[in-house]
Ligand binder design. Structure first.
Ligand code: NDP
Length: 275
């Protein structure tokens, strides 16, 4: 893993960048266009949006306005909870693709495991995959029991599970389960929205490398083979977040950061979603 352009091979052979940009809460309009333009200039190639984020149109415009060939980009979007079910998902996919203005999608995710519905949603994703409209399909916010259920019923295994994951919620058991099943883990809120950047252990490791705590956290994800998708609308932080490929944490430092885990979620528990 030498730079921001590095990729990991998913179990279906598709290659995905090891690092990306999340755009939740990036406003539709000038903000999303400028943010993506800055990110692409810095080497970001993976963009993570969702129909829920209300900025797919801006993502599409920013991509078209860039001179980067489509095949170099990796675009993810997600089917929202109220859009799930077989027919609903097929329609939701078409709406997302119209908004994005893309001919194909790189990765489509089930946003949350909506009880009693996600298996039907998954069948729709399998159809879109078999039709070649999306290069890879995956899930988000699935716990081990959701994955077990899905693996017992699916034709195509998910390539990705995107979950809340940062040093306070290191998800070791889930990561091990995913590794055993060739599912790559992607981290949302990898910086836990900046909540513990002043932690003394992180600060002391950061000082050692002349890096920031945010960079240490992102490097920790990469060394655990987790794909982080930090969000920023600030050009200097966008750049800071890419500067994580020129140093390596020792095993002891990795263990120290692992030791910060408190199984602490800031987002919803996937077993208790009311949205
Ligand atoms: P992050 O952990 O990426 O944190 C983003 C926040 O941290 C922003 O407020 C940003 O502010 C700030 N920030 C970014 N970089 C730095 C830095 N280097 N130093 C200090 N502060 C920094 O949280 P998100 O929740 O946004 O997660 C990232 C992405 O994950 C989302 O954008 C989305 O794509 C995805 N996601 C998926 C979910 C799911 O259910 N599948 C749920 C939630 C998120 P600023 O913009 O001002 O720089």
């Amino acid at each position: 893993m030498a730079n921001v352009f590095d990729k990991v091979k998913l179990h279906n052979g598709v290659e995905m960048p090891v690092f990306g940009l999340g755009v939740y809460k990036v406003e539709e309009g000038v903000q999303i266009e400028e943010t993506i333009q800055s990110a692409l200039d810095l080497g970001y190639r993976l963009i993570d949006t969702a129909s829920f984020y209300n900025n797919e149109e801006g993502v599409g415009r920013a991509i078209r306005n860039s001179n980067i060939p489509r095949e170099e980009l990796f675009i993810t979007t997600k089917v929202w909870n109220s859009e799930q079910g077989y027919d609903n998902t097929l329609r939701a996919f078409n709406r997302s693709m119209d908004r994005l203005g893309l001919e194909y999608l790189d990765l489509y995710l089930v946003h949350w495991p909506v009880k009693g519905v996600y298996l039907e949603t998954w069948r729709a994703l399998e159809r879109l995959y078999h039709e070649g409209r999306v290069k890879a399909i995956g899930v988000s916010n699935f716990k081990i029991h959701h994955l077990q259920d899905l693996l017992n019923h699916c034709e195509e295994k998910p390539v990705i599970n995107q979950v809340e994951l940062h040093p306070l919620l290191s998800q070791e058991e889930l990561r091990n389960y995913c590794r055993q099943n060739d599912i790559i883990v992607e981290a949302w809120s990898p910086l836990s929205r900046g909540r513990f950047l002043t932690d003394p252990i992180l600060s002391s490791i950061a000082h050692r490398y002349g890096k920031t705590s945010a960079q240490i956290i992102l490097r920790w994800h990469l060394q655990h083979e987790i794909i982080p998708i930090p969000k920023s609308v600030n050009p200097s932080r966008l750049k800071e977040n890419t500067e994580v490929f020129d140093f390596q944490l020792s095993q002891q430092e990795m263990a120290e950061i692992d030791g910060l885990n408190k199984d602490q979620r800031f987002g919803a528990d996937p077993d208790h979603i009311d949205f």
